[in-house]
Design a protein around this ligand. Structure first.
Ligand SMILES: NC(=O)c1ccc[n+]([C@@H]2O[C@H](COP(=O)([O-])OP(=O)(O)OC[C@H]3O[C@@H](n4cnc5c(N)ncnc54)[C@H](O)[C@@H]3O)[C@@H](O)[C@H]2O)c1
Length: 255
């Protein structure tokens, strides 16, 4: 399938895990794409995995928590792409902590990257998405926003905020042809699951984390490709009647 021929795409968090999987899938379907991330080595790995895609790929370093960095990076991206049809906000962090011990700094970091960062990138991209007449914003939420997630109070709150933010812009810009959708993953192999979740604070009850993974594959983790295929559908013409909603891709974690 080449549903993205001639379509211009910006993916944040494209240096690892789900964002990388989405970038590679959309490139595979013909997109002209900017892969953005704070991690230069991750971006190099993404470019390496993409292989020979000619001049359809540009990598851009960005810290989505910093408005100046976001403005510079989106400016570079829009100049390279010459406009924008699809924005995927996949950059995110997870910092588990027992809530009564969570330093304010950790709370602020998680909310600033996951929620404010999603807002900042979207805000810079919106004029170009509106100009395209059929812009799509895909935001990465989490099952943690819907189901109690121990030690993830900041993360869950940030993703609940992302859900509401997505609904608000879906309605606000529907008349300009913009669609906005939350993808709700759980238990996907990535930097977050291999480092952040396993790097638990002392005294944590690990059994509570079983709720964060799906039931398919005997409880084994899903892959970034499992998310990427759904994002590719939702952000293409095949998803043209989907907006202001959540799509769960969680192996049944929320059943
Ligand atoms: N893996 C899962 O099971 C799962 C479940 C639910 C939701 N999610 C969400 O999916 C998204 C992708 O996460 P992932 O699981 O692939 O993890 P990941 O750690 O593999 O990827 C996250 C990427 O975001 C980048 N990033 C972090 N802070 C940034 C910043 N300030 N500016 C720019 N880039 C930054 C990282 O460098 C990394 O490349 C996140 O929003 C995450 O919350 C993941």
């Amino acid at each position: 399938m080449r549903r993205y021929e001639g379509r211009r795409v910006l993916v944040t968090g494209a240096g690892s895990g789900i964002g990388q999987g989405i970038a590679l899938r959309l490139l595979d379907e013909g997109a002209q794409l900017v892969a953005a991330d704070i991690d230069a080595a991750g971006l190099a790995a993404t470019a390496d995995k993409a292989g020979d895609v000619g001049d359809r790929l540009r990598t851009v370093e960005v810290n989505i928590a910093d408005p100046v960095s976001v403005q510079a990076a989106t400016g570079d991206a829009l100049e390279f792409l010459g406009g924008l049809d699809v924005l995927v906000n996949a950059a995110g962090i997870l910092r588990p902590a027992r809530t009564h011990e969570m330093p304010l700094e950790v709370w602020n970091q998680v909310i600033t990257v996951n929620l404010t960062g999603t807002f900042l990138v979207t805000q810079c991209a919106l004029p170009a998405l509106i100009d395209s007449g059929h812009g799509v914003v895909v935001n990465l939420s989490s099952t943690a926003a819907f189901q109690a997630a121990p030690y993830l109070a900041a993360y869950a709150a940030s993703k609940g905020g992302v859900n509401s933010f997505t609904h608000a812009i879906a309605l606000e810009y529907a008349k300009q042809g913009l669609r906005a959708v939350n993808i709700v993953p759980a238990g996907i192999t990535s930097g977050i699951t291999t480092t952040s979740i396993l790097d638990q604070p002392e005294g944590v009850d690990y059994s509570l984390f079983a709720r964060l993974t799906g039931w398919l594959n005997g409880g084994a983790l899903g892959s970034p490709e499992d998310i990427a295929g759904v994002v590719a559908m939702v952000a293409s013409e095949d998803g043209r009647y989907i907006t202001g909603t959540e799509i769960r891709v969680d192996g049944g974690a929320l059943m």
